[in-house]
Design a protein around this ligand. Structure first.
Ligand code: BGC
Length: 890
């Protein structure tokens, strides 16, 4: 910007910051050109391995001016980055100039070629129709683009599924020419670690992610250019069991999964040389295999390593593999191998223990100070052959030893060779040794290290914790003057992340199961706080793999077959409707809804026909588990399941409308209406404004899910409030009730009461856990419950979403989803002096914050460029365009 421009800019800023418009101030506006930023393909930064035929391209706008928005765009895609950079035709596809505010478009050019890097950029025209600044060029690279393009073979060693040791595979190769670029495409049934010339490729953990292996397998695409060298090279693969070859026996019978087999993999390495030629090195008969020092591995229980079995240099060139065995060909686990294009699981956070206690000359107990999912890493020195057991748990016995009794309950061990959540490490005795398991994870706060004999020395720094989870980027934040609110927000996120491993789980220790109910309760918490769309899209594909022809879905996904007959009613398995719908609301992207449409329809039809052998039901259903883990009261299962039946039918009708399926829209609207009518006819006492027997769950669920007739809402809300007050301003609900309770109160005139319930510090409440030291959410209300007391469950995690909805009041508008139009309805709860809620939506950061100054509220809102908002304050209602605003309570 020239100096005149700079002065003008300063002047404008000053002018705007002084301008009072309709009693509020518009502040902090800049004058730069509108510039597209954060160009993403499939929601990822310059991703590799795109198999999508129509990948989605999205961007945000950087434009500090009030009312900033985009009037038109043009997307340009090409294979020549210079051409694309010049902003002209990219050579492959241009959308043409579209008069549209859309900031997410799908590629509609000619069929994309496999293994090809495409460059793209977008040109935008700003609110005044002026061409914006050009962003940098972004890229995406296609992967295999279909089964037909694979060249490698699926290989394994010839061993039995019960073989303890994990297998190594290696292949040396020579490269004479100069490499321009190289990619490795690796698919595995089981878990793999990939090495080139002794170095681990990438930083992913526990790849590939868990899928229903006999229906769909994931491959990962790595840029390995930097790992290769001129001359001799070697590629090494270590294969672990994961969920593919479950060694441990628990009540869900994963050791009898129909897909079970000794792990295998398939790999293509494509090397493009400077001279334009391409060489493909593939998995095949010319590979060799041997057993690794990992003598046992189970993702469910632990990993046993005998470091005396190390084969130094096994994954480097020059290693003598003459004693290694031939590999065998294996049939592919499924005929559907697709790219894993989502944030990987990583070692995200390193945690230093807060204390270590030595209980004897062979026992140490480390305390991480917080509960996590992940692994512990040990640095140790000692005599060869010493065996160390690392026992992981969430709590301690009074005598200081690790207590696993709350989490080992569903484990059915055969013998004592596979102890629960325990790694076993045998020392080689060669100086300092580092042990970190590669093929599993655990849920824990404490690690008890037990040595087979004295002589090892462990100190405070010998053990480190690694918090592992799907590395989804944070997009939400809550900060407030109430430390309990802050701690609740962080505990909820800890549990959410501990339960995100390429699919949402219930708990990281006892089960690691993809429980559907837990996940739909937590989906808003997840989406307010993390950029989770890709994980949910992957998990919905898992759902589609699991659905029976009759529409039935299992209660855990993925599954070995367990859960088709238990727990899979609409109160749990409505994931199929609720998750795509929420992704639509948060991202304004209907692709997942579209991909799942048929599955939602089949599930809703199944609920509808379930009543009477295929004959349309009465509109009520008692299929389900009901309000799970309640404090003391639980409504009839028919009550709660019918509410979810209604929610599903309504979402289906809305999805049908959106996708132009007029007949379906009419049909399912009518079904939703019928359910509502029958439900209210049976359960609503309209003279009293009370549902059922007046329990909290019975009042809040119909309010939250929209079944209460408009004219009855105030009275039902009052009954709910009375019930809560009669219960001492404490909750008395189970997981279905927790989803609805706080929002039903705050959306219907009882925001202060909602805040009181949410921040109780006495039993039963979320705060009761926190004041008792919880850093995660629990599975049960009493902290000393005798059963169902995992200490890292996301099942009661709705509180995390409510902080954004019920306090910050940041809500998506289904009419203009993805926060293109934001509903801002902050609730200034009595006693909460300050709050700042922010959410980085597809358009940028939304902020809703307030503080109390001299007894009056000062409220600040930020609406990102491209979005608008409707703000509802107790003293005014106003429409906002992009900008930063401050409002003072009169
Ligand atoms: C899980 C829950 C799950 C439930 C179903 C439990 O064992 O841990 O979170 O939703 O079963 O009833």
């Amino acid at each position: 910007m020239g100096s005149l421009g700079y002065l003008l800019d300063l002047g404008m800023r000053y002018l705007f910051s002084c301008l009072a418009i309709f009693g509020f101030y518009v502040i902090g506006m800049g004058q730069e050109l509108c510039r597209p930023v954060e160009l993403r393909c499939e929601y990822l930064d310059s991703p590799l391995g795109i198999d999508e035929v129509h990948p989605r391209l999205g961007w945000k706008l950087k434009d500090g001016r009030q009312g900033a928005r985009q009037l038109a765009y043009e997307v340009v895609v090409g294979v020549d980055s210079l051409l694309v950079e010049r902003g002209g035709a990219g050579g492959v596809w241009t959308s043409g100039r579209k008069l549209s505010a859309a900031q997410l478009v799908s590629y509609e050019g000619p069929a994309l070629k496999p293994w090809t890097r495409y460059y793209w950029r977008v040109i935008v025209w700003d609110k005044d129709g002026k061409k914006g600044a050009l962003p940098g060029v972004a890229s995406f690279e296609t992967g295999m683009m279909g089964m037909a393009n694979w060249r490698g073979a699926w290989i394994s060693d010839s061993r039995d599924i019960r073989t303890g040791p994990a297998a190594y595979f290696r292949k040396p190769f020579r490269m004479g020419k100069k490499v321009r670029s190289a990619r490795a495409y690796i698919a595995a049934a089981g878990l793999y670690e990939l090495y080139i010339n002794g170095e681990k490729v990438g930083d992913h953990r526990l790849d590939p992610m868990y899928t229903r292996f006999d229906r769909r397998n994931l491959y990962v695409d790595y840029d390995i250019t930097g790992y290769l060298q001129q001359g001799d090279n070697a590629v090494g693969v270590l294969l672990g069991n994961g969920w593919y070859n479950m060694q441990s026996t628990a009540v869900w019978y994963f050791h009898e999964a129909p897909w079970r087999g000794r792990p295998c993999f398939c790999m293509d390495i494509r090397i493009s040389y400077d001279d334009g030629s391409v060489e493909t090195i593939v998995s095949g008969k010319d590979w060799k295999t041997s057993l690794s020092p990992i003598v046992f591995n189970s993702i469910y229980t632990g990993e046993h390593v005998d470091d005396r079995r190390q084969q130094a240099g096994w994954n480097r060139p020059g290693f003598n593999d003459s004693a290694w065995k031939e590999v065998v060909f294996r049939s592919a686990p499924s005929d559907n191998v697709v790219a894993q294009v989502l944030p990987p699981i990583r070692d995200v956070e390193k945690i230093t223990p807060v204390s270590v206690k030595q209980l004897s000359d062979t026992v140490w107990v480390y305390d991480l100070g917080r509960n996590i999912a992940g692994v512990s890493e040990l640095r140790v020195q000692g005599p060869a052959g010493t065996r160390l057991r690392l026992v992981h748990g969430e709590r301690l016995y009074p005598n200081g030893h690790v207590d696993q009794s709350n989490i080992s309950v569903h484990y059915r061990p055969v013998g004592d060779g596979d102890p629960f959540q325990t790694d076993i490490y045998t020392l080689s005795g060669k100086g300092e040794e580092v042990f970190k398991p590669l093929m599993g994870y655990k849920g824990f706060q404490y690690v008890e290290v037990v040595s087979s004999s004295p002589g090892v020395v462990l100190g405070a720094n010998s053990l480190t914790g690694w918090f592992m989870h799907s590395d989804v980027g944070p997009v939400g934040r809550i900060e407030s003057s109430d430390t309990l609110v802050n701690r609740l927000w962080s505990a909820t996120n800890n549990s959410y992340l501990s339960n995100l491993m390429g699919y949402p789980t219930d708990c990281p220790q006892r089960e690691k199961n993809g429980w559907t109910g837990d996940a739909h309760i937590a989906v808003e918490t997840g989406l307010y706080n993390f950029n989770g769309i890709k994980v949910y899209e992957k998990w919905m594909a898992d759902h589609r793999d699991e659905q029976q022809p009759n529409g039935v879905l299992p209660s855990i996904v993925p599954t070995d077959g367990w859960g088709y007959e238990w727990g899979n009613g609409p109160d749990w398995t409505s994931t199929i409707a609720l998750i795509p719908w929420n992704v639509y609301l948060f991202y304004g992207d209907s692709r997942l809804l579209e991909n799942c449409y048929d599955n939602i329809r089949r599930y809703v039809d199944r609920i509808d026909e379930r009543g009477d052998n295929g004959v349309s039901s009465t509109g009520l259903t008692d299929w389900g588990l009901g309000d799970w883990i309640p404090v003391t009261t639980k409504p009839p299962v028919e009550f709660t399941s019918t509410v979810y039946f209604y929610a599903d039918a309504s979402i289906l009708a809305k999805a049908a409308g959106l996708l132009g399926k007029k007949e379906d829209e009419k049909k399912y609207l009518a079904l939703a209406e019928k359910i509502k009518k029958v439900f209210n006819g049976k359960y609503l006492d309209s003279t009293k404004g009370v549902y059922g027997s007046g329990l909290q769950t019975e009042q809040c669920m119909p309010l939250y899910w929209g079944l209460v007739p408009a004219e009855m809402k105030a009275r039902v809300a009052a009954s709910l409030a009375h019930r809560v007050q009669a219960d001492g301003n404490h909750l008395n609900v189970g997981l279905l009730g927790t989803k609805a309770l706080l929002s039903a109160l705050s959306e219907n005139g009882y925001a202060d009461l909602a805040y009181t319930v949410a921040t109780q510090r006495t039993y039963p409440s979320w705060g009761w856990w926190i004041v008792n030291g919880a850093t995660t959410l629990y599975e049960n209300w009493p902290i000393d419950a005798k059963s169902d007391i995992s200490m890292n469950h996301i099942m009661f995690g709705e509180i995390g979403a409510w902080l954004f909805k019920g306090l910050g009041g940041i809500l998506p508008d289904a009419g203009e989803p993805g926060f293109r139009h934001i509903l801002l309805r902050p609730h200034f709860a009595k006693g909460l002096e300050e709050l700042r809620a922010s959410h980085d939506c597809p358009y940028g950061e939304i902020v809703s914050s307030w503080k109390t100054v001299g007894g009056k509220i000062v409220y600040t809102a930020v609406v990102p460029p491209g979005a608008t908002a409707e703000l509802e304050l107790p003293w005014k209602k106003v429409g906002l365009t992009a900008g930063t605003y401050e409002f003072r309570q009169p």
